[in-house]
Design a binder for this molecule. Sequence first.
Ligand code: ADP
Length: 602
Amino acid sequence: MTLTIPTVSTLPTVSTLPALIARQAERHPSALAVTDGSTFLTYRELLDASGRLAAVLAARGIGPGSAVGLLCARSTRLAVAQLAVWRAGGHVLPLDPAYPRPRIAEMTADADVRLVLGDKALLAEVGLPEERALVLTERGTEATAETVPDAAEAAAPALLYYTSGSTGRPKGVLVPHGAVADLVTAPDAVALGPRDRVLFHSTVSFDAATFELWAPLARGAAVAISPAERPSTEELVRDVERFGVTTLLLTTALFHHLAAKQSRVFGVLRTVVVGGEAMSAEHAGAVLRAFPWLELCNGYGPTEATTFTTLHRVAPADCDNGAVPIGRPFGDARVLVLDERLAPVEPGTVGELWIAGGRLAQGYLNRPELTAERFRVLPGHGRAYRSGDLVRQRPDGVLEFHGRTDDQVKVRGFRIEPGEVEHALLQLPEVAEAAVVVRRAGQPDAALTACLVLAEGARPGVETLRTRLAERLPAHLVPTAWTVLDVLPLTGSGKVDRRALATAPDPAAASGPAEAALTPIQQAVAEAWSRALERRIADPAADFLAEGGHSLLAMWIVDDLREDLGVELSLADFLDHPTVAAQAELLERALRAADDTPGADR
Ligand code: ADP
């Protein structure tokens, strides 16, 4: 298979991650580099382990240009494996173990992945032939192979992240080493030093992980890994406390949630970096008033420009109203605010943000037309990425975010092209027309909503459609609210009226069976659900997903139940037992166990 990897000749030769880590290992060989609480790797051990694995990879034919999949839980071996692939000269495609198998197959085929490294059970589930899979041990490999020379180069790809594509096909963004090196070493970025600890808790397949893992390692700080696959807010706070984390990255949605709760986590951190959606001034203000010593940063940037393009250190004066600014570009990133003819807008007016400079991705893998459309050479500025974001630049250079030029949306930090979800819906024979919108955008209960017109004679239940979609799409792309209509409303110009669909009230919850009497614990669960879903839930058989629940609301309910009842459900248990009755049963068992514990202080 021939891949079309866009080539770029203007990348600065900054450095590569293996070179940055090697420098730290030389300076502080026995400093802690990465731990998950049971395995501890020093910089020297991280470097040595990755060197051994790199030799194994090289012996299996991995070199410059090879894409290597990584199907692995967050762990020390994940850090070793990424570094090893880079040292062998290859680039990494991080795969989220929670993704549906067809999605993983689509991504590995598009990237022409030669080998997938990962955890035994996960590799077995995907069913790769032996010659295409390699099981990782806690330190990467047990083999004591000869080490190989470091083959990473600044202009070569380091990471491949897939993001939602409007035509129904996810697009692979190729991020070069030089861009990551600039993100993690820029002197005006978030300050990190050998005394810092950064929590790695993001999903591995999103570019927040680039920052959480490699920014601390490039600066001699330590990475503390949150071991839970989907940590609850309480687990997150406990991880911060037990590891002595100093710097935490949060999606905007999670930050707003923790801010609304005045979480104690802000009291122990030095720096919180927030990104993904517009930061509310109200929440930022509340946090800064309660924890005035905290360094709170609003980070903005698309994956195509390597995690963050701009940063803003939030001051109390930013929190008077509306949204907090997104700040100024840092490191080698440059920004331009242009009108539709690509001329600079009048100072102080809103225009589209184009991003130039040294942190740009190489483009989209195998998508030359799309790459040419979004990455253009602008006279006097070199390559620039058309972000689709509307901004206004203040006289002091600080940027304010003013929404999008297109339909792309964010729900709980996930970037979603409604077109991709609509495309998947239209593949279902029962669906004649589909429009996907976000209701209550930017709110904690924002809902990705499918508005459907069914095919003649089709009467599928929403549950059936949801299940079929979830077999193909990652969970964040599966709508949580569903509306069946006779026709889709149109605007005067004949387009689907998305605004009308997004602002229409949610359909009244389908009238369920006659209400059963609830036990006291079921009542407590139903009340916590009702608060989070902002709707009365009184049926013990109510199903969380069918009621429009999602992971952030689940975190919220788990928090509430812990406060109400004094026992905790893990997020995994919550999602595995999605009805009111099943959760109540788990909680009752936990309460009985706590009562039976000698000396239980309750
Ligand atoms: P990230 O992982 O940084 O969220 P994505 O590529 O998933 O990157 O999404 C990028 C888009 O998210 C941006 O183009 C913008 O629309 C939105 N975005 C990211 N950060 C912010 C922010 N701090 N304020 C407003 N919008 C943001």
